[in-house]
Design a protein around this ligand. Structure first.
Ligand code: WT7
Length: 695
């Protein structure tokens, strides 16, 4: 795009922004055409045709909007919020926050006093404004050849029926509901039904084990658990109801009993006759829900009333219940969706993420539906029946926006271009990536092969905690650099700090923090506000700490470099090393475990576990398998270690602290970079570990 370069030259150099903003170092270089010209080779320009129709067609336009969002957040966000329905408008102050732990407890409020309902804004509002017959969801089952769909008015009716059922079972505003479902249409239906009546949903990814599910049930004490009997992914049947049964036994042992287990009969995977049943507690969805009225009064809630809980892994201890509230989250997911994907009402949007993760909350359900978008939901696996399935689906529904994870891009890249080029894909106009840094070679393949060098890629950096995109390209607004998430979204002030927490300007690397709140920020960790402050606000006082490392280049582009804490990012799934370690040591023959990440060609990072066995127990292939099985059972298959390394001893300091730095080097076989091992209590364990590396 030749024009962008001209635009860049013509933008006046806004080098500073007043007060709240400080300096936007990140943008200066972009505006100065000079800086860009020298790095031309790394730049990928959007084509003119795309730019002409883009919502944000130039750096200048972005800067104007960004500048306003930082200088006048209240004005900027209240304009956006006014597009939604509010039963009562928020009170005077749009935002009220204490972001600095040194000034007392951290508190974030947006649109406080405003009364609204996110389900109403996703559904009723669209139905009433002429989108009643627009497709809300296309559903693609595991087996190719059939499909299902719901219009906005049909979706509203289904949601109302379930909402009425839940109310009838005594579910009230503020009650928790656990949802353990695969990617059926019933999953967003269940989320929206909860939102409609003010119940707080907690979706648990249906790949989590019974133990993990129980842990979450015990923490949030739901009135109802919603699940299905089974799901087929690829050629494998997974009996979800059995997993729920086991988790409910476990929860009861821990003092939490659930009265109702609403079970959807997923007939294509399993017939109801084959499903184990507990009379009194278990109810078939199809037997009860359709009997309820198709309209249901909305429970109007305060903008700061909780919308959902989503558990995520931290570097220590048990999973954290990330709590999001209603109003700010609504405004933020809708706006980020619209701009980061350059959304137009004619788009057909497919995000491959599961609703069990934040991506499925913000960018399968809420963000798209708040925009009245048509969303594709896929039950199955992307390589079934073959690795061309994704493009088959793209062609079938004429998908225009395709949002996925680098791990899928890399795995499809390995399977070969023929699976892609066999399909037309000409409907595609925007691609998206999320979950982990996308390596430049995967980026280029995605861009050149999947997108035929035509579609901008939105590499969106964000987190469960942030609710929505934080650093992301706006397609058409500026040239991209493969592997860079580019620039901050409206209202977001990223800063890079050094070890001491001092902000660094210009070209630099360090820890990625955020300076002030944005509407989609999480408000607390459920039941543990202290952990919220300790984990996110105390490491670098005055800032929100993301846990990620980041650098900023001379043109101001942001490059995410991965977690700097003990969290491993496996295929875009966040896994705490401590959780895997505690699963391993629960094995009766495992004495101690230390888990680190290592580079993995497809998954981004793999899980590498060093294990010390109980005295006298010999290491064997059988034991290796049983250790892995223990992790699968306690967390889920996605957390299974890729490599078990038998460690008669672990490298520890004299005070007993495991030196993970050394373990990481051994795991990645960078044996000449072990560094100083002389401070170890017993330096010889390192040689021993190296010897055993490939056993
Ligand atoms: C962590 C958050 C947010 C949706 C999915 C994961 C990593 C996420 C990117 C990206 C580089 C990324 C970070 C972050 N991450 N997106 N575009 N580039 N890294 O959500 O489970 O809360 O994990 O995922 O390390 O901290 P999550």
């Amino acid at each position: 795009l030749k024009t962008t370069k001209n635009h860049l030259r013509h933008v006046d150099s806004m080098s500073t922004l007043p007060s709240r903003a400080g300096k936007i170092t990140g943008l200066n270089a972009v505006i100065l055409g000079e800086a860009l010209a020298s790095e031309e080779d790394d730049l990928v320009f959007p084509n003119d045709e795309f730019v002409r129709q883009a919502l944000v067609p130039s750096p200048k336009k972005y800067l104007e909007m960004y500048k306003r969002s930082i200088e006048d957040p209240a004005g900027f966000w209240s304009d956006v919020a006014s597009q939604f329905y509010w039963k009562r408008r928020w009170a005077e102050s749009v935002v009220s926050e204490n972001f600095d732990v040194r000034n007392g407890s951290v508190k974030i409020e947006w649109f406080k006093g405003g009364i609204t309902n996110i389900c109403y804004n996703c559904l009723d509002r669209n139905v009433e404004s002429g989108n009643a017959d627009k497709i809300a969801i296309y559903w693609e089952p595991n087996e190719p050849g059939s499909q299902d769909s719901l219009t906005y008015s049909q979706l509203l009716q289904r949601v109302c029926q379930l909402a009425n059922y839940l109310k009838d079972k005594g579910v009230r505003k503020g009650d928790a509901i656990v949802i353990y479902l695969p990617m059926l249409m019933e999953l967003p239906i269940a989320m929206l039904a909860c939102a409609r009546i003010g119940a707080v949903h907690s979706v648990v990814f249906a790949g989590f084990s019974a133990d993990s599910l129980a842990q979450r049930i015990v923490d949030c004490k739901p009135k109802v658990v919603i699940t299905c009997n089974a799901v087929k992914r690829g050629s494998k049947v997974i009996p979800l109801k059995d997993i729920v049964d086991a988790s409910l036994i476990e929860s009861a042992k821990n003092g939490v009993s659930v009265d109702v287990c609403l079970t959807y009969e997923n007939e294509s995977a399993m017939k109801r006759e084959s499903t184990k049943w507990q009379v009194g507690r278990d109810v078939w969805w199809q037997d009860v829900v359709p009997k309820y009225p198709t309209t249901c009064e909305v429970e109007w809630v305060d903008a700061e009333d909780p919308l959902f809980l989503l558990y995520t892994s931290g570097s220590t201890g048990k999973p954290k219940g990330v709590l999001h509230t209603t109003g700010g989250y609504m405004v933020y997911t809708a706006t980020t969706f619209k701009y980061a994907f350059d959304y137009k009402p004619s788009d057909i949007y497919w995000c491959t993420a599961d609703c069990g993760w934040i991506t499925g909350h913000s960018y399968v359900t809420y963000g798209p539906m708040l925009n009245g978008a048509t969303v594709v939901i896929f039950e199955g696996a992307p390589n079934y029946p073959d690795p061309g399935r994704s493009w088959d689906i793209v062609d079938k529904f004429k998908v225009t926006i395709f949002y996925t994870a680098p791990t899928l891009v890399r795995s499809l890249m390995r399977d070969g271009d023929e699976y892609v080029t066999r399909y037309s894909r000409k409907s595609l106009r925007v691609l998206g990536s999320v979950g982990e840094p996308i390596n430049p070679s995967a980026w280029r393949w995605f861009f050149n092969v999947v997108g035929d060098s035509r579609c901008p890629i939105s590499d969106t950096w964000w987190q469960t905690e942030t609710g929505g995109f934080m650093i992301t390209p706006l397609p058409g607004a500026w040239p991209q650099k493969p592997g860079s998430a580019t620039f901050p979204f409206f209202g977001v002030q990223p800063v890079i700090v050094d070890e001491k927490g001092a902000e660094i300007e210009g070209e630099c690397s360090g820890y990625l923090c955020v300076k002030s709140s944005w509407p989609g920020a999480f408000r607390t960790l459920y039941g543990d506000h202290e952990r919220y402050e300790t984990t996110y606000f105390k490491p670098f006082p005055g800032y929100y700490f993301s846990g990620d490392g980041c650098s900023r280049d001379k043109d101001g582009y942001y490059w995410l470099t991965g977690r700097v804490d003990d969290v491993i990012n496996v295929s875009g799934h966040r896994i705490g090393t401590a959780e895997v370690e505690s699963a391993l040591v629960s094995h009766p023959q495992c004495a101690e475990a230390a888990v680190v990440g290592f580079e993995h060609e497809v998954k981004g990072q793999g899980i590498y576990a060093f294990v010390t066995l109980v005295d006298g127990v010999p290491y064997s292939e059988e034991l290796r398998k049983s250790l892995i099985l223990t992790v699968r059972n306690q967390i889920g298959a996605f957390a299974a270690p890729d490599k078990i390394h038998w460690a008669p001893g672990l490298p520890k300091t004299r005070s007993g602290k495991i030196m993970r730095r050394i373990l990481r080097k051994i795991a990645s076989r960078q044996l000449d970079e072990l560094g100083d091992t002389s401070t170890l209590a017993d330096p010889s364990v390192v040689e021993q570990l190296i010897e055993l590396a490939d056993r």
